[in-house]
Design a protein around this ligand. Structure first.
Ligand code: CA2
Length: 149
């Protein structure tokens, strides 16, 4: 059974505690449960993580690259949070490992402040899902199950 690796970046541990109008009322634990159900439906194991540290996220992408080489990885769903808009390091890690990454945002970043309109992840992502709330995580897991175009 292949694994879907779901990586969450800075401040996503605060989900459900503030800004419900933007991010909804569900907690990160609720999102993990939602992902577990979606993975079960698609025959994936789930590895669900969160870090506030850029280098830790880079290390996890490298680990995903090794899992890809071993044939145990279905792909990565990455909500890089604010690092989406700043991190050349994450861009380089994704490009360097060749892992299939689906970029995920809970909010529609393009309907928000201009500084959220640019992503360093998008050019190296297989696809992007944004604006569907936490349901986007289940959509991303379903997308991982689709054959590559
Ligand atoms: O919409 C998304 O998923 C984002 O990746 C969330 C990031 C933001 O910087 C991106 O532009 C879009 C922020 C995550 C912070 O989440 C919080 C949740 C509750 C309270 C405070 C922060």
């Amino acid at each position: 059974m292949q694994t879907a690796l779901v990586l969450n970046g800075p401040n996503l541990n605060l989900l459900g505690s503030r800004e419900p109008a933007v991010y909804g009322a569900q907690t990160l634990a609720d999102v993990e449960a939602l992902c577990r159900a979606a993975c079960a439906a698609h025959g994936f194991a789930l590895d669900f993580r969160q870090s506030n540290h850029e280098g830790v996220l880079v290390d996890w992408i490298h680990e995903a690259g090794r899992a890809l080489a071993a044939g145990t990885l279905a792909g990565v769903i990455l909500n890089a949070g604010a690092y989406t808009h700043t991190s050349v390091a994450l861009h380089d890690a994704i490009k360097g490992t060749g892992v299939a990454v689906i970029e995920l945002h809970i909010s529609n970043v393009h309907a928000r402040e201009p500084f959220r309109h640019h992503s360093y992840i998008s050019p190296v992502a297989r696809g992007v899902i944004a604006g569907f709330g936490v349901a986007g995580y289940a959509l991303a897991i379903a997308a991982l199950a689709e054959p590559r175009p």
